[in-house]
Design a protein around this ligand. Structure first.
Ligand code: SF4
Length: 339
C-alpha cells in the first residue's frame, strides 16, 4: 500500500476559498508537518537542501495546494487531443521522468482545487467539437493517482466523463491504489493505463514507485471493474537482450489477465532533451542512464525543443518486433502507437 505523505504542505492563499482547499487546510492541521501559506503556487521558495539532489528530493516531498489558472487546454499528441491538468509532478523519483525537461530541478507536487472550473473548460471544448469525440489526457503533467486520496480529482473526472457523450478521459499511472475508482460509474468513457517496464529497469531507475507485479495486479483490478485499460511501456531501452527482456515482460502481463483481455499498448522509445539530461545529471549524479548523444538521432518535438532518439533502423526493428508480439500475446489487444 503506497500513500503519499508530504513533509510539508504549502497553500496558495486563495485556494482556501475553494471547498477542497479549505478541507485540505483542516486535514493537514491535524497532522505533524510544516504547513504554510504562499502568495502563488508558482512561487515556492525556502525549501531545504543544499545540493541539487537534496533540493529535488525535498521538492518531491512538498505538496502545493493551488488554483489552476491557465484556461487554454494544451494539445497532447499522440495520447489524446488535449491535456487535462488536475495536478503537476508526482512523488515518484524516476530517473528518466518525462517531466525533467519541463518541471526542472524543483518539481514540487501540485494539486489544484478548482476541479469544477477545469472540467467546465473541458465541457466547453467537447461542446465546440461535437459530433467529433474529444479525448483528454489526465497524466500529461503528473502521475495523478498518488494525489487521489487528497483531491479526489480522478474520481470527479471519471464521473464527469461518464456523462459526456462526446468526451473521453484517459490517464496513465505507475501507482496502484485504484480501489476508490473501481466502483465509480465510468460508462467505458475512461481508460486507465499502467506505465510499466521490465523488472530490471524498474528496479534500477524508478525509485519510490510500486514494482511491476503490483502494477499488473492493479491493472487486473481495473480490467475486472470493466474499465477500458492498457499499458504504456516507456521508455523502451534497446539493451543487448531487449527482445528477450520485453518478451518476458509480455509473458508477465499475460499471467495477470485473461486471454481475451483487450488492453491497448502505447510504446515510447527512450529519448532525452539537452535540458532533461542536464537536470538528470544534477539531481541523480550517480545515474547510469544512457544519455550519450552519440549514436542518437536529433529531432525537433511538438513543444519546440529537440530530442535525441534511437537510430531509425533500431526503431523500425523494434516496431516490427512489438507489432508481432502484441497480437501473439493479446489477440484482442491493440497497439495505439509506437514512437
Ligand atoms: S511516476 Fe511518472 S510522473 Fe512520477 S516520477 Fe515517475 S515518470 Fe515521473
Amino acid at each position: 500500500m503506497y500513500q503519499f505523505e508530504p513533509s510539508r504542505v504549502l497553500f496558495e492563499e486563495r485556494a482556501l476559498e475553494y471547498p477542497l482547499g479549505a478541507r485540505l487546510w483542516e486535514r493537514f492541521q491535524d497532522e505533524q508537518r510544516e504547513i504554510r501559506l504562499i502568495p502563488s503556487h508558482n512561487r515556492v521558495t525556502g525549501l531545504p537542501g543544499i545540493s541539487d539532489a537534496e533540493k529535488f528530493r525535498e521538492a518531491k516531498k512538498t505538496l502545493v495546494v493551488g488554483i489552476r489558472r491557465t484556461k487554454e487546454l494544451a494539445s497532447c499528441r499522440p495520447s489524446a487531443d488535449y491535456q487535462l491538468v488536475l495536478s503537476t509532478s508526482c512523488p515518484g523519483m524516476c530517473e528518466y521522468c518525462y517531466l525533467h525537461t519541463t518541471l526542472g530541478r524543483r518539481p514540487v507536487v501540485r494539486l489544484y482545487v478548482n476541479i469544477d472550473e477545469i472540467l467546465a473548460e473541458a465541457a466547453r471544448v467537447i461542446k465546440n467539437r461535437r459530433p467529433q469525440f474529444t479525448a483528454f489526457e489526465g497524466a500529461a503533467t503528473s502521475d495523478p493517482l498518488p494525489l487521489e486520496p487528497y483531491s479526489g480529482a480522478l474520481s470527479q473526472a471519471i464521473e464527469f466523463f461518464a456523462e459526456q457523450e462526446f468526451g473521453r478521459f484517459r490517464f496513465v499511472t505507475k501507482f496502484t491504489e485504484v480501489e476508490p475508482l473501481l466502483s465509480l460509474k465510468h460508462n467505458n468513457h475512461t481508460e486507465i493505463r499502467f506505465s510499466i517496464n521490465n523488472e530490471e529497469i524498474i528496479r534500477k531507475y524508478e525509485h519510490h514507485t510500486p514494482r511491476l507485479k503490483e502494477r499488473l495486479q492493479a491493472a487486473a483490478k481495473v480490467a475486472a471493474a470493466g474499465y477500458p485499460f492498457g499499458f504504456l511501456i516507456a521508455p523502451l531501452f534497446f539493451t543487448p537482450d531487449w527482445q528477450k527482456s520485453y518478451t518476458e515482460l509480455f509473458t508477465s502481463i499475460s499471467a495477470y489477465l485473461p486471454r481475451n483481455a483487450a488492453p491497448t499498448f502505447e510504446l515510447i522509445t527512450h529519448r532525452f532533451t539537452s535540458r532533461g539530461k542536464a537536470n538528470i545529471n544534477a539531481v541523480f549524479p550517480a545515474s547510469d542512464l544512457p544519455l550519450d548523444a552519440e549514436g542518437r538521432r536529433f529531432k525537433f518535438g511538438q513543444f519546440g525543443y529537440g530530442k535525441y532518439l534511437y537510430a531509425k533502423e533500431e526503431m523500425d526493428l523494434a516496431k516490427e518486433f512489438f507489432g508481432e508480439l502484441i497480437p501473439r500475446c493479446f489477440p484482442e489487444g491493440k497497439l495505439l502507437y509506437f514512437v
